[in-house]
Design a protein around this ligand. Structure first.
Ligand code: SAH
Length: 387
């Protein structure tokens, strides 16, 4: 299989495609990201101490009059302004302690152009009002701006930022890796939308190399936009294992491939459709992530934490009194994956199959949870901009 020549498609076109079809479900309805992002919210809460540590270190070493902060892959919903609130709270408390006046806050919310920026913008007057109430009339000023575009391109003027945050976004690649088909155009990873145990080594290699290229480019671009000594805190799905097909990172998607295969066997979806669908997603190991940071060289890794979370975001350590049954958790997990992946799946397989697909997926998740409680592994890194 690995001796086969691979079929290389037009890289720029594939990148455009991902940018157009990848977006979380907008609005505030039942299937929206806003209503189904409790898991991602938990990750932000668990990484809070790392964000606070980094922003306070930065603030107390620079004392900027105007503080430039960016959240990359902000999406739309209750999580969007959560980190920004945490940062503002930490700085304003520190200003009170040191008896200093507030800095001016320049906050940039970035996501792909398909993101529901309108819902964010509509929530801003309420957010400003709350800030004024909590901090007093002379707080700020605080300017929040939307920046549509890919973080795999330049987004901000040179040396204009002090702090960059991103949560649950950098595991999304700029494009589906090349080389996932042989020269006849046949999928090397037949019947699967992501990596599994039987995936051939060439496909693992293509995914790893795409991640290395993307993450390295991301670091280089941010290094041009962040001042010397500036900080970044990034949380992304990763893995403890060196095996890129380990359960901790792949089961969640394998259960989706199973649902699609069921639909194929019942004639609801064509097999070729699944074979031509590959997720633009990668979960690096600690070693892979560190290697890119070191090779690229613009940032020093100050801290790396691993945060483990149950698939069901409600099922966290604080909720010890509630017993989470597999049916409720299965529904929560299916809804949260739907809010994330529906745009991509509907564009490829058609809107008509989505309800059926997610019912089957939910059933598969329930069956999986009955056997084992797999955890998501999140890597949280705190970086300092070098010279
Ligand atoms: N940070 C939010 C949203 C995470 S969902 C939270 O923690 O809840 C991931 C977000 O990353 C999506 O909104 C997606 O559109 C965005 N994203 C993915 N690739 C991106 C890219 N190349 N540039 C900008 N945003 C991207």
């Amino acid at each position: 299989m690995d001796g086969r020549k691979v079929h290389v498609k037009n890289r720029k076109r594939e990148e455009m495609e991902v940018q157009q079809i990848l977006h979380m479900n907008g609005g505030t309805g039942e299937t929206s990201y806003a209503k189904n992002s409790i898991h991602e919210r938990e990750a932000i809460i668990k990484a809070k101490h790392i964000v606070e540590g980094a922003i306070l270190d930065l603030y107390c070493s620079v004392f900027p009059e105007s503080l430039g902060i960016a959240d990359l892959g902000c999406s739309s919903g209750p999580n969007t302004l959560l980190v920004i609130s945490e940062i503002i709270d930490a700085i304003s408390l520190q200003c009170c302690k040191l008896n200093r006046s507030w800095p001016e806050f320049r906050v940039f919310l970035n996501d792909l152009p398909g993101n529901d920026f309108n819902t964010i913008f509509r929530s801003l007057p309420g957010f400003y009002e709350k800030l004024k109430k909590a901090k007093g009339i002379d707080f700020g000023p605080c300017f929040i701006l939307g920046v549509p575009g890919s973080f795999y391109g330049r987004l901000f003027p040179s040396k204009s930022l002090h702090f960059v945050h991103s949560s649950y976004s950098l595991h999304w690649l700029s494009q589906v890796p090349q080389g996932l088909e042989d020269e006849m155009g046949i999928s090397l990873n037949e019947g699967n939308m992501y990596l599994v145990k039987t995936t051939p080594p060439l496909v693992f290699k293509a995914y790893l190399e795409q991640f290395q290229r993307d993450f390295s480019l991301f670091l280089k671009l941010r290094s041009e936009e962040i001042i010397k000594g500036g900080r970044m805190v990034l949380t992304l799905n990763g893995r403890r294992s060196e095996d890129p097909s380990s359960t901790e990172c792949c089961s969640i998607w394998e259960l989706m491939s199973q649902a699609l295969n069921d639909m194929i066997s019942q004639g609801a979806i064509e097999k070729a459709k699944l074979d031509s669908f590959n997720l633009p997603y990668y979960t690096p190991s600690v070693k892979e992530l560190k290697a890119v940071i070191e090779t690229e060289g613009s940032f020093t890794l100050q801290k790396l934490d691993i945060i483990e979370m149950n698939w069901d975001g409600n099922d966290n350590d604080d909720n010890k009194t509630i017993i989470f049954d597999k049916f409720t958790s299965g529904r929560t997990v299916a809804n949260s994956i739907r809010a994330v992946a529906e745009s991509m799946l509907a564009t490829h397989f058609g809107e008509a199959v989505i309800d059926d697909l997610f019912l089957r997926y939910e059933k598969n998740v329930v069956e999986h949870l009955a056997k084992e409680k797999t955890k998501h592994i999140n890597l949280v890194i705190s970086l300092i901009k070098r010279e």
